[in-house]
Design a protein. Structure first.
Length: 218
């Protein structure tokens, strides 16, 4: 059963023809995790990291991490678990929450190559629920394209993917199928035994300069 559900852009539906952008499989370029179950601070796996240490430990409090030539992460553990991904300049970044449910879990950061050469990245966390964030850079400006919490709210209702919620929506990390970025979903806790319900497919709409969203129910 297939439901084609239009263009999701900041909760607005845009009518437009979808032009195919071809994607390559995501390439993992780093990780970040909140570590307050083991003394506090952020644990970071990146190319470079200018951070200061949290309480003289091994984890980091405040700084800038660089994951590749395009993607930087600004973090400040003293101010909370929200970090900002994007440019080295803080004013050109987007907020991505490293939320309390990911404590003890890792947020995987991957680049999605494409034939339009648009910088596109996915940040994925999984514990007793999940969070997928797809960000990118258009015309020099960093943008949040897809947030799985917005998808859950729109298609399944409020709080449908809250932490440890029985039958709550959970997502696998994205993969690529031709001109689509694909995100598979299921329910907690059977999601862990690969009992999945369907998938969302994100395709690039050149005229809208955004992703279309197609839900496929298995």
């Amino acid at each position: 059963m297939k439901k084609i559900l239009g263009i999701l852009s900041a909760f607005m539906i845009l009518n437009s023809n979808v032009n195919a952008m071809e994607f390559s499989e995501p390439i993992e370029i780093g990780k970040i995790a909140a570590s307050n179950q083991s003394g506090g601070g952020f644990w970071i796996d990146a190319l470079d990291n200018s951070g200061t240490f949290w309480n003289s430990g091994e984890n980091f409090d405040k700084g800038i991490a660089r994951f590749d030539d395009s993607l930087f992460c600004h973090y400040n553990y003293s101010e909370g678990l929200d970090v900002r991904f994007g440019s080295e300049n803080l004013s050109n970044t987007v907020i991505v929450p490293i939320e309390s449910y990911t404590v003890g879990a890792t947020n995987f950061i991957s680049k999605i190559p494409n034939d339009e050469q648009i910088p596109i990245y996915v940040i994925y966390a999984l514990r007793n629920n999940s969070h997928v964030t797809i960000i990118g850079k258009l015309n020099g400006q960093w943008i949040k394209f897809i947030d799985s919490k917005d998808i859950s709210q729109k298609f399944f209702g409020d709080d449908s993917d809250e932490y440890n919620l029985m039958n709550g929506i959970m997502y696998q990390n994205v993969f690529v199928r031709g001109d689509s970025i694909v995100m598979i979903y299921g329910r907690f806790p059977t999601f862990y035994s690969d009992q999945i319900e369907g998938e969302f497919r994100f395709k690039w709409d050149e005229s809208a300069q955004w992703f279309s969203v197609e839900q496929v129910i298995y």
